[in-house]
Design a protein around this ligand. Structure first.
Ligand code: GDD
Length: 355
């Protein structure tokens, strides 16, 4: 077992050396081998994956590899395809994961691929566990098999905290985990599997618990994207002006996806091996207030109607994160205000609906 290098606190995972400006604590290839830095993104065709690929491609120092499934839509990354190395691979298939990981031999891995929609985890719990838990196990085993010296970011989730009482916010990483969905259980398993592989084998993982993120390209079922799409369709006259909603009393901590992927990169540049970090804005909003702000940006008058099919067997009542551990380690703070995220998402759907 490798354990923690000297200078890292094994309990909190915090670096003994504090963040000092933009200095890199660790960069792949430094003193290791010549050549470009190979980065592998699982879930590259998805929402966060496509924004992360864009960020890394723009940097110019990375060779960006991405895994996609046969059926994955390419619309999110079409503009980047000439600058990416795409490999077909289903994470649920151990032999194909082992093959592609051996081909790429990445220095950095961003593990973003997942079944990420909470309600689908009630209707398809087996698929959620299979993709999220076994998919990660296959990835870790492939890295171990090929004895790769790489850093792995694991996209965990604030949903892991689940039931949080009023006196427990803002939520710190030490908060007890009280999951309220099969999805949350799958993310706790990913989180703890990463911890265990670090402790048992010295796998260099950094666990990020991102709170809700939103922005252009987010899939249609997620709340901001869904409301924005409905509004864009009403504006275009292809949907009656009745906006279907679920639980408007829930409170969420939203960060723009472009700030989130910047955080993911910083996590691998500065994060302590094995550590876990919240990534959050530190503000919480009711879904009702988000809806009102989106409607205020629109050109239509809407009637809001609760659709019972959108209510969940149990819904996390409040998420409000404390990202001070991550800020101390990396200097990260969100830069894009919610208002701009809402405007950009609505414009994204206006263009998509018009196309
Ligand atoms: N999707 C959806 N659609 N949610 C609605 C609606 C609706 O019409 N109306 C109200 N909501 C409420 C949900 O009940 C929930 O409380 C909140 O809006 C946010 O729902 P989602 O956007 O579906 O996200 P989530 O909070 O369940 O999960 C997201 O955030 C996690 C991090 O906390 C996902 O992105 C997860 O993948 C992510 O891990």
């Amino acid at each position: 077992m490798m354990g923690f290098p000297i200078g890292w606190d094994p309990v909190t995972g915090m670096p003994a050396r504090p963040y000092v400006g933009s200095e890199l604590h660790w960069f792949p290839n430094t003193g290791r081998e010549a050549g470009p830095v190979r980065v592998l993104i699982t879930g590259i065709t998805g929402f966060a994956g496509s924004h992360l690929a864009e960020l890394l491609v723009a940097d110019g120092r990375f060779q960006v590899y991405g895994l996609h499934r046969t059926r994955s839509g390419m619309h999110n990354i079409r503009h980047l395809v000439p600058r990416l190395h795409l490999l077909e691979c289903d994470l649920r298939d151990p032999s194909s994961v082992e093959r592609v990981v051996g081909e790429v031999r990445p220095h950095w891995v961003f593990h973003l691929a997942a079944q990420s929609f909470v309600p689908s985890s009630w209707t398809a719990p087996y698929e959620t566990m299979d993709t999220n838990v076994l998919g990660q196990l296959n990835l870790f085993e492939a890295i171990r098999k090929h004895r790769l010296d790489c850093r792995v970011q694991v996209a965990c989730s604030s949903e892991e905290y689940g039931l949080v009482y009023a006196h427990e916010v803002p939520i710190r990483e030490e908060q007890p985990l009280r999951p309220l969905s099969p999805y949350a259980v799958s993310k706790i398993t990913q989180d703890f599997l990463a911890y265990q592989y670090h402790q048992s084998y010295g796998l260099d993982v950094v666990r990020t618990r991102a709170f809700n993120h939103a922005g252009p390209r987010q899939a249609e079922p997620f709340v901001i994207s869904n409301f924005a799409k409905q509004i864009a369709e009403m504006e275009r006259g292809v949907r009656p002006p009745v906006l279907h909603v679920g639980n408007l009393d829930a409170r969420r901590d939203f960060t723009d996806v472009r700030d989130i992927v910047r955080a993911y990169r910083l996590a691998l540049e500065h994060g302590a091996p094995g550590a876990v970090y919240n990534i959050a804005s530190g503000e919480t909003h009711t879904i009702r207030s988000v809806l009102e702000r989106l409607v205020a940006l629109s050109r239509v008058r809407v009637e809001v109607r609760v659709d019972p099919a959108r209510l969940r067997p149990s819904d996390v009542p409040i998420l409000l994160g404390d990202a001070s551990r991550f800020r101390a380690c990396t200097g990260w703070k969100p830069e894009i205000p919610l208002e701009q995220t809402l405007r950009d998402t609505l414009n994204y759907w206006r263009q998509t609906v018009a196309a």
